[in-house]
Design a protein around this ligand. Sequence first.
Ligand SMILES: [Cu+2]
Length: 221
Amino acid sequence: MRLVVLVLSVGVLSALLASFITNFVVRTPPPLTASPARLAQGNLPAQNAFIHLETVASVDSAITFPRPNDPHPSWVSYLPTTIFKVPANSVVTLQIDQEDTPSGLRNPLWAVAQGIVGGTYHETYFDDKGNPQQGDFSALTDPASAAHTFAIPDLGVFVPLEGLNAAAPGGSMNVITFSFKTGKPGIYHWQCFVPCGAGSIYGNGGPMQTLGYMAGFLVVQ
Ligand SMILES: [Cu+2]
């Protein structure tokens, strides 16, 4: 009897260890290489590299970049991936289709955009009556309206992403566009600073701690 319990326990522990290694230690999201240069178009400045992203309340609700068979379909996430390859010494423009509702910032300082070209980001959004609006902003009026942030601390880049207004029509998104400059080649960690991992301790676990969801790397090469 004791032998059976021992064998079963070892088996269960080995399976848990194997699942931990495959799901967290060796699992890496695929890299996305920025699209090459293009000239200024409309609100977008001339740029050396362009990356299109989406932020969602849950992976399975994606509009722009569905990710079927994801191991965590209910987690908040950046999509399609969180590892980006961009050129050194260049201007990178990001467009983020932001579909999540506000969670709020714990530190209101992060409601202020920093480290971006021109000091402002462009945003199309919905007002309290659900009407589409747009403009250029250097900060959120209300830090509690943040859904996520895009931050690369080593490059001094911090951009608040406004949550979708409750009055916005279903299936809407705020579209946030900004540019920042890269310097020398290297691997730079980036992450969200909104504690958006619902259901985890203080909202800082789960997707906040796992590559491919609310954190990743900017590979400058
Ligand atoms: Cu987040």
